[in-house]
Design a protein around this ligand. Structure first.
Ligand SMILES: C[S@@+](CC[C@H](N)C(=O)[O-])C[C@H]1O[C@@H](n2cnc3c(N)ncnc32)[C@H](O)[C@@H]1O
Length: 245
């Protein structure tokens, strides 16, 4: 198989030496320190986990593209401790998955006379996505702020976005809103707003909805900036299966 066709590359050694050669990843899976003295170099508890992860997160952020998915494994308190650092470095929380290892994980290991809490049979795996951040004359904007910023820059009244997208009011109520009703618009809607603003908006501001300042974002490009998702019916955010033997 030619070099570039290899299905994967397994780096053996310190992951810090591998980051520099990473292509932009669609997905990063992290299973590092847990704060449970799990391996030589793990912290003894959640204290110190932020320092442990910070340089790794820095490299993930550097390599990632908008929409890169990150699956972050840990204990509940370990993840909760690192969460603010992930957020700070550009990762948006999507959801928490609980791995339920089942009773076989603790069978024979629980002393009911001394235990003072429930036996632990879980780990968490938390999904994040690298957020889109666009540098503008108003500073760094996230997707919600940037879409609004681009429409306003055109000088057109907001309600015309509904005409642009061919919808009754979804564009103003959802795609361009400032509040919690906002959701990530489909690529065709962003492309439609871009085309409309490029045709009817202030000439001086064209192209609108452009990430490189040269051409407006196209539908597929916009859709790719969200984490990949292939829905499977029946799969939930609780994964029940015993650990590998
Ligand atoms: C929670 S364990 C994950 C184990 C693994 N996923 C498995 O199921 O066998 C964390 C692992 O990360 C390794 N590790 C810690 N720092 C590392 C680094 N800088 N580069 C590569 N591996 C590292 C540890 O030696 C340990 O084996």
């Amino acid at each position: 198989m030619p070099e570039k066709m290899k299905p994967y590359d397994l780096h053996v050694g310190d992951v810090a030496d591998a980051y520099a050669s990473w292509p932009p990843p669609a997905c990063i899976i992290s299973d590092g320190a847990y704060g449970i003295r799990g391996f030589h170099g793990d912290t003894t508890d959640e204290e110190g986990l932020v320092e442990w992860y910070a340089p790794h997160i820095e490299q993930w952020t550097k390599a990632a593209a908008p929409g890169t998915a990150l699956w972050f494994w840990g204990t509940e308190v370990g993840w909760a401790t690192v969460h603010p650092e992930l957020k700070r470095q550009g990762w948006n929380y999507v959801q928490t998955v609980v791995w339920d290892k089942g009773l076989s994980h603790i069978a024979g290991n629980v002393n009911s006379n001394t235990i003072r809490r429930f036996p632990v049979v879980t780990e968490v795996c938390v999904l994040y996505q690298r957020r889109l951040e666009v540098e503008t004359e108003e500073g760094m904007l996230d997707a919600q702020q940037w879409l609004r910023h681009e429409w306003r820059r055109s000088g057109l009244p907001m309600y015309l976005a509904n005409d642009a997208c061919g919808v009754k009011n979804a564009a103003t109520r959802k795609y361009l809103t400032n509040d919690w009703l906002w959701y990530w618009p489909p690529g065709f809607a962003v492309a439609a707003m871009a085309a409309y603003c490029n045709q009817h908006g202030l000439e001086s501001g064209r192209p609108y909805f452009s990430l490189d300042g040269k051409t407006s974002v196209v539908s597929k490009q916009w859709d790719r900036m969200r984490h990949q998702w292939h829905h499977v019916h029946g799969l939930t955010n609780v994964w029940s299966r015993p650990p590998a033997a």
